[in-house]
Design a protein around this ligand. Structure first.
Ligand code: MG
Length: 382
């Protein structure tokens, strides 16, 4: 089974949504993510290809142990630390803003929601022993934000006291005030399949109820002649073969088709417009670099990649042995996880120029989502 933080929400891991909420937040300078050891050893690409430095640390047995380890990696210039549960991918920039502002002013602040249900205290036999005054009850969310000095003191105290279910509880024990700020009802913690389904609905999914204007599909097609004396490069992989594709750049038809698919989906023209073959700077260019550049154009236009599907039509050589390496290269260039990329091969059954082994063609489709939707909520740890 996948770890909970890697469960997909509209095609992207919950962790990725959460991390991007903080990476894209203007007040957040550095992000530290506490992860299981195997993920630290082999982190997904979205934790590497980020706009801001992301430090990874192995989580501890207890939540507060993970926080202590992450805290130790913060740069010295940090003034406020924001702690977020990766299982709350829908956190909004507004909630993060409010929490940071209140922590700056008061030392410690947590996002919380007023209780709307009446709260009962139960005895050991299931009998109600008390009804709590509802106006005084708040349900804690994350983010929780702290001035660095306040959190340092609370974590030191935490070494000597029982487990806390959140960091604010440690600060409360240290005798410091913790302020409540308005959370968001959509900032739900995903712990069950029902939570996941609700989160997908809040983001505009699932299919049938999808917010169609947030989704964009694009198609890319490319064909190059196979000629002697050239390397065969597809999806950034040099494939052993007696011929290669002819072209101005490295003639990587997979990268070219994917580049056109994402540019097309974003309404940003095509590869010829951004990388004209009349421009000598792109001669013999590494097409993975062109794709990375195109992914930046698409991101700047406000879109993130949900998934990409590629079909390579070649009589020879076989594509299957190279498909995974291509997926990894494409994913890294675009800044997504390889699970969001598919590459498959097909022959042309001996028909036409492709069938005669004179050319290779590639089709790609890309699904993008408006980042106003993708980034509307999120969280990780700063
Ligand atoms: Mg081409």
């Amino acid at each position: 089974m996948r770890p909970k933080q890697l469960v997909l929400l509209l095609g992207r891991p919950i962790l990725q949504w959460s991390v991007e909420a903080f990476v894209s937040h203007p007040q957040v300078g550095d992000v530290v993510v506490a992860l299981p050891p195997d993920l630290v050893a082999d982190p997904p690409d979205y934790l590497r290809a980020a706009l801001k430095p992301i430090r990874l640390v192995e989580g501890g047995d207890r939540r507060q142990d993970s926080v202590v380890r992450a805290f130790a990696l913060l740069p010295a210039r940090s003034d406020v630390v924001v702690i977020h549960d990766a299982a709350r991918p829908l956190v909004t920039a507004d909630v993060i803003d409010r929490t940071i502002a209140a922590a700056r002013a008061h030392g410690a602040a947590i996002a919380a929601m007023p209780a709307t249900d009446t709260v009962k205290r139960s005895g050991p036999d299931g009998r109600v022993v008390d009804t709590l005054p509802r106006a005084e009850i708040f349900l804690a969310q994350t983010p929780q934000a702290f001035r660095v000095d306040v959190l340092r003191e609370a974590l030191a105290l935490g070494e000597r006291t029982p487990d806390a279910t959140d960091e604010a509880a440690l600060v409360e024990r240290s005798g410091r005030p913790v302020r409540l700020v308005q959370g968001d009802p959509r900032n739900l913690k995903i712990t069950t399949a029902d939570d996941l389904a609700l989160a997908e609905r809040l983001l505009g999914g699932p299919p049938g109820q999808m917010n169609a204007s947030a989704l964009r599909i694009g198609h890319g097609y490319d064909l190059h002649r196979l000629v002697a004396g050239r390397r065969l490069v597809l999806g950034g992989v040099v494939i052993p073969f007696d011929r290669g594709l002819q072209g101005h750049s490295d003639a990587d038809a997979v990268c070219h088709a994917v580049t056109d698919a994402i540019l097309g989906a974003a309404g940003e023209g095509d590869i010829g417009r951004h990388f004209p073959d009349t421009d000598p700077s792109w001669k013999d260019a590494d097409s993975i670099a062109l794709l990375r550049h195109a992914a930046g154009i698409v991101a700047a236009a406000g879109y993130g990649v949900v998934n990409i599907d590629v079909t390579v039509i070649a009589e020879r050589p076989k594509m299957a042995p190279h498909a995974d390496a291509m997926r990894r290269n494409l994913a890294r260039a675009i800044g997504v996880d390889p699970s969001q990329i598919s590459v498959k091969g097909k022959t042309n059954e001996g028909v036409g120029s492709i069938g005669a082994g004179e050319s290779i063609a590639v089709h790609a489709v890309a699904l993008l989502m408006g980042s106003g939707v993708m980034f509307r909520g999120q969280g990780a740890e700063k």
